[in-house]
Design a protein around this ligand. Structure first.
Ligand SMILES: *[C@@H]1O[C@H](CO)[C@@H](O)[C@H](O)[C@H]1NC(C)=O
Ligand SMILES: *[C@@H]1O[C@H](CO)[C@@H](O)[C@H](O)[C@H]1NC(C)=O
Ligand SMILES: *[C@@H]1O[C@H](CO)[C@@H](O)[C@H](O)[C@H]1NC(C)=O
Ligand SMILES: *[C@@H]1O[C@H](CO)[C@@H](O)[C@H](O)[C@H]1NC(C)=O
Ligand SMILES: *[C@@H]1O[C@H](CO)[C@@H](O)[C@H](O)[C@H]1NC(C)=O
Ligand SMILES: *[C@@H]1O[C@H](CO)[C@@H](O)[C@H](O)[C@H]1NC(C)=O
Ligand SMILES: *[C@@H]1O[C@H](CO)[C@@H](O)[C@H](O)[C@H]1NC(C)=O
Ligand SMILES: *[C@@H]1O[C@H](CO)[C@@H](O)[C@H](O)[C@H]1NC(C)=O
Ligand SMILES: *[C@@H]1O[C@H](CO)[C@@H](O)[C@H](O)[C@H]1NC(C)=O
Length: 313
């Protein structure tokens, strides 16, 4: 579409040849337009490529180079090998490579976002100059949002469900973000969400949601901007306190359970006292068994042992 007016009208038998050339032109143009997109983040250093590289046999003296933004604002201008203009907004932040004419910006600011253009003119004589190339470069600037802060506030709870207000907020990013929410990976619609823009053109985003949680669910809040995303997940718990729904858990339960525990402990103690005697009938054979056990049971088993020995003899 963009290259239609530039294409010469195809005539007669040369139609196909012309079409081929036209397609090639379009392809290369499309490729160039597609390729000249630069993405960067606030505070970083970025290089915007130009469309021409000055061969080592020549020098910048024979050229005029203009870097402009949005075709209206001149960022930087070179003529006869010297910088003749630099926009105040780019002062101390920009440099141009004198060979490949790359425009370096460091540190990048949000206002640098936009479409740039590199225009190169070659001087043949003092009166005669021609445009070598003229190409746009798009600079996409992004600033990272903070990791979303998700907070919950229980507004009401019953045995079946917990009603809560979920809030998600993230700040200090660029460009304008989109906020989304997921309940067990299922997309949810925020009851309310808003974006505020500060004087620095950084955005803050907040979302608010009312939920009726009937079982534990995982919740994710995601903030998306310019192909990037920051998200936070957490488990929303149904804060249930209805273990025994019919009988209210009273002292009866506690006393009943303590009686059970006490009698169990009692049984163990009794068993512990009774058990050594039973063990003795076996331990008598082993001379070096536990001292206490041996002491307690030396008398009765000895006789039995003797009797058994005598009987066997
Ligand atoms: C231009 O040259 C610089 C080094 O001088 C290099 O880092 C940069 O990648 C070059 N850019 C292009 C588009 O060739
Ligand atoms: C670029 O220029 C056009 C018209 O010249 C204007 O409508 C647009 O707002 C400008 N964009 C920026 C980012 O300055
Ligand atoms: C650029 O740097 C010079 C010298 O370091 C300083 O005097 C000037 O104020 C700076 N300009 C801007 C716009 O920061
Ligand atoms: C950044 O610049 C690009 C290219 O001009 C434009 O499409 C985009 O809308 C700009 N982004 C913002 C947030 O202004
Ligand atoms: C998250 O938000 C809560 C309530 O606004 C605040 O108290 C807390 O400090 C925030 N946490 C972080 C990490 O920003
Ligand atoms: C949600 O999706 C992620 C990755 O897509 C997966 O690892 C996770 O198990 C999913 N969780 C649930 C509850 O489906
Ligand atoms: C919030 O969403 C719930 C359901 O998700 C809906 O019942 C309620 O009316 C909504 N409230 C507002 C203010 O949009
Ligand atoms: C965005 O959030 C930051 C940090 O919480 C705060 O300092 C700033 O004032 C907020 N900006 C706007 C426009 O709300
Ligand atoms: C929340 O869910 C429970 C159980 O499904 C229901 O009884 C209750 O009315 C719901 N509350 C709201 C505010 O929708």
């Amino acid at each position: 579409m963009a290259c239609l007016p530039a294409a010469p009208p195809a005539l007669g038998l040369r139609r196909w040849l012309g079409l081929g050339f036209f397609m090639l032109l379009c392809l290369s143009l499309g490729y160039a337009l597609e390729k000249k997109v630069v993405k960067t983040k606030v505070g970083e250093k970025v290089g915007l490529p130009c469309c021409h590289e000055i061969p080592s046999s020549e020098s910048l003296h024979n050229y005029r180079v203009y870097w402009q933004k949005n075709t209206t604002k001149v960022v930087l201008a070179y003529a006869q090998g010297e910088m003749i203009f630099k926009h105040k907004q780019y002062e101390n932040r920009t440099e141009m490579d004198i060979r490949n004419l790359t425009l370096w910006i460091s540190p990048v600011e949000i206002l640098d976002n936009g479409s740039y253009q590199c225009v190169v003119q070659q001087l043949r004589t003092l009166q005669n100059s021609f445009v070598v190339c003229d190409e746009p470069v798009t600079l996409f600037v992004t600033a990272d949002f903070s990791k979303p802060n998700v907070t919950t506030e229980v507004s009401a709870k019953s045995c079946e469900s917990t009603e809560m207000v979920v809030r998600c907020s993230s700040h200090g990013g660029f460009p304008r973000p989109k906020i989304s929410g997921f309940l067990n990976n299922k997309s949810v619609v925020w009851n309310a969400s808003w974006v505020s823009e500060s004087s620095l053109s950084l955005y803050n985003v907040t979302g608010k949601l009312w939920l009726n949680v009937t079982k534990d669910v995982s919740f994710t809040c995601s903030v998306e901007y310019n192909g990037f995303a920051k998200s936070t997940s957490l488990l929303l718990q149904k804060t249930s306190n209805c273990i025994v729904p019919t009988v209210p858990p009273s002292y009866n339960v506690i006393t009943a359970s303590s009686i059970i525990i006490i009698s169990f402990l009692l049984a163990i103690t009794l068993a512990a006292r009774y058990l050594p005697r039973r063990v003795c009938s076996y331990c008598s054979k082993h001379q070096d068994s536990v001292e206490e056990g041996v002491k307690e049971c030396t008398k009765p088993p000895m006789s039995s042992k003797v009797s058994s020995e005598t009987s066997s003899l």
